[in-house]
Design a protein around this ligand. Structure first.
Ligand SMILES: Nc1nc2c(ncn2[C@@H]2O[C@H](COP(=O)(O)OP(=O)(O)OP(=O)(O)O)[C@@H](O)[C@H]2O)c(=O)[nH]1
Length: 651
């Protein structure tokens, strides 16, 4: 059975426990066993005794689609953790991952590999490639001593290859460089090796060449992992201390926590304590993932284990927390820095009666996706809901898709926005707020301009890698998005690496799509936070027959107000039905009108199709028309259907 966020039933786990114990009866005899035997028959009672020198903890990191999950599959097959016909992408087990063909969650698997008559425990973490999930990569690297840096031999080094390489180097991890897809005709390993040398100073002789699809060269990769990645630097003689680096929700067992043990050992029945919350929990079960859960009684420093201990939610199971034995205080494990959310969106139940169910669904999913932040929010049009922070638009889309697929929730999601900062000058407001900086992402709360001294918006440093021939169009795109070029470097004869400082609000929605389409998919983009910088913002309002509609306001850069205004009024013209009165739709900044559309008046004669005839039928149709009007919102003398707000707010 594959590790899954979908709860397993109790009877299944009992059968699994029985199977594990049966396997455990047989002792490991490494010299005569095949890889399959090693994984199937490894004595789980002896698991904690595996020597530290025989453990390797590593991740596979790469740009999107360079073949991480395919290589992980081949490694699992080669080591016998799965059979050869298990199907593809065993570790991409979420429905959203299979549908989109991308990894969104890092997955850990413990496997055994025989190398020179010795057996090694390899803890492998398959990570996502997309920039929106880089939190998963940095979280995973905290439990590793090395990485396989995988590069597609056709497309070469891409933006996320560079970003991930630097993440690994920043943690002092050993890098095993591997070129993938060498089976493809136009693969150019020599050129990619040259790029690796010029960008990262990697010796071409150290680069392994594989085809993950065909399984060529995979065993050499495992041998290299054992040879060059050091065993974990841990201490088994001191009291238990572990890093909690992943968790997910199981309906029967609550939060399941993936822990990397740095000190001592942990046994079922012991009591553990969170260094952050100080709460104490009994250890109910310990498993390893290979990739199915296999229960063990004890684990030791250097190993990765899944611990069930009656934690209930993300407030208890905190990613990055240090866990220790009850009442045995220890120091914090210096860990990864959680990433700050970049994109915010309102999430509201389609029907307020579903509020509690949606809250519980969000809680469970946040447990599995710690990068998402949640704050209560309310909107006059959509009622009570939450403002969620994501690392990017794809992250937001995947989260919403998972809410629907894994928890059956179908919320309304508002258009994504970023958080701006306003330096206030009104002493009354400053006193009320307790500080002179106001953070704002909801336009309805935007203060009048005379209260504001300065505006700040979040910027990012974007790295773009592109073949020379698309450079002109890419520069135009960046300029149109208010970008400022920082540098441009030749990587080789026909590829460039350019760096741009760009406003986050300009890239969150469709920048990557535009970049891909104008470069026929060859350019790649990665970005990192560049802090807040001075800007010029306005609140763009929408008026219907002169009356301000709060829910439709938004914060935009002063130079973009006119274009955005035109877009909103055109959308509203299509959405609001014609009525008895003429409707003027205006997009304004203060009292200045930037765009206007008019919907002409008419009375819809709902009785037109009745030629004379029965008066009661005529009355019935008119009554139905009146009922329909009640469902609309009255603004000035205009009836606006409720869905209009949702559709304009929605992406
Ligand atoms: N020809 C060929 N195709 C490969 C090879 N390895 C992977 N692929 C294909 O490349 C595509 C992407 O592979 P994945 O393993 O999903 O890539 P990934 O890096 O895990 O993708 P993300 O997790 O979304 O970043 C799939 O269609 C694979 O079949 C290879 O060695 N040769």
């Amino acid at each position: 059975m594959i590790k899954t966020t979908v709860p397993i039933s109790l009877w299944k786990s009992k059968i699994k426990l029985f199977n594990c114990r049966t396997q455990a009866i047989r002792l490991l005899n490494s010299s005569s066993k095949t890889a399959e035997d090693l994984n199937a028959e490894h004595n789980l009672h002896e698991f904690a005794k595996i020597a530290v020198k025989n453990i390797r903890n590593f991740s596979i990191i790469a740009h999107v689609d360079h073949g991480k999950s395919t290589l992980a599959d081949r490694i699992l097959e080669l080591t016998g953790a799965i059979s050869r016909n298990s199907g593809s992408q065993v570790l991409d087990n979420l429905q959203v991952e299979r549908e989109r063909g991308i990894t969104v969650k890092a997955q850990t698997v413990s496997i055994f590999h025989k190398y020179r008559d010795d057996v090694y425990l390899l803890n492998l973490i398959d990570t996502p490639g997309h920039v929106d999930f880089s939190n998963e990569v940095s979280r995973s690297l905290a439990a590793c001593d090395g990485v396989i840096l995988l590069v597609d031999a056709c497309h070469g080094v891409q933006a996320q290859t560079v970003a991930n390489y630097h993440l690994a180097k920043a943690r002092n991890l050993t890098v095993v460089p591997v070129l993938n897809k060498i089976d493809i005709k136009h693969a150019n390993p020599a050129k990619v090796c040259k790029d690796l040398k010029s960008l990262f100073n990697i010796d071409p002789l150290d680069v392994l060449k594989v085809s993950a699809k065909l399984g060529i060269g995979v065993s050499e990769v495992l041998d290299r992992v054992v040879e060059s990645i050091p065993p974990p630097q841990v201490d088994r003689n001191s009291p238990f201390r572990a890093l909690l680096f992943d968790s997910w929700f199981d309906r029967y067992r609550g939060a399941l926590n993936l822990m990397y043990l740095l000190n001592g050992k942990l046994q079922v029945g012991e009591e553990i304590q969170s260094l952050t919350t100080n709460k104490v929990y009994p250890v109910k079960s310990i498993s390893i993932l290979s990739p199915n859960e296999k229960e063990v009684n004890c684990v030791s420093a250097g190993q990765v284990a899944l611990v069930a201990c009656n934690m209930r939610n993300s407030k208890e199971s905190i990613i990055g927390d240090t866990i220790h034995l009850k009442n045995q205080k220890c120091s914090v494990i210096s860990t990864f820095k959680p990433q700050q959310p970049m994109v915010f969106a309102g999430i509201f139940p389609a029907d307020q009666s579903k509020h509690v169910a949606l809250r519980s669904a969000i809680d469970k999913l946040v447990l599995n996706d710690s990068a998402v932040t949640v704050k209560p929010d309310s909107s006059p049009a959509l009622g009570q809901g939450w403002r969620l922070g994501f690392l990017g638009l794809l992250h937001m889309e995947v989260f919403c898709q998972r809410l629907q697929q894994e928890h059956g929730a179908e919320p309304i999601i508002t258009a994504p926005s970023v958080t701006y900062r306003l330096l206030l000058k009104n002493p009354k407001m400053i006193k009320q707020l307790g500080k002179d900086i106001m953070e704002i992402s909801n336009a309805a709360l935007f203060p009048e301009p005379f209260n504001i001294k300065e505006y700040y918006e979040p910027l990012v440093k974007g790295t773009i890698m592109t073949p020379d021939q698309y450079l002109g169009q890419i520069i135009s795109l960046c300029v149109e998005r208010r970008g400022i070029q920082e540098s441009s470097t030749n990587i080789d004869d026909d590829r460039m690496l350019i760096k741009y400082i760009l406003p986050l609000s300009e890239i969150i929605v469709d920048f990557n799509d535009h970049l891909k389409s104008l470069s026929s998919g060859y350019a790649s983009f990665n970005y990192e936070d560049y802090g807040y910088h001075l800007t010029n913002l306005v609140r763009l309002d929408v008026h219907l027959n002169g009356k301000l509609v709060d829910e439709l306001s938004r914060i935009v850069h002063a130079t973009k107000a006119k274009d955005v205004g035109k877009d909103i009024v055109a959308k509203l013209k299509d959405m609001i039905p014609r009525q008895m009165v003429q409707i003027a739709i205006q997009a304004c900044v203060g009292s200045k009108v930037l765009a206007r559309e008019t919907i002409k008046a008419y009375r819809k004669d709902v009785t037109a199709k009745l030629y004379g005839g029965d008066v009661t039928r005529r009355m019935k149709l008119l009554r139905q028309q009146t009922e329909g009007k009640k469902k609309m919102r009255q603004i000035a003398n205009i009836q606006v259907p409720h869905e209009t707000f949702i559709n304009v707010l929605k992406r």
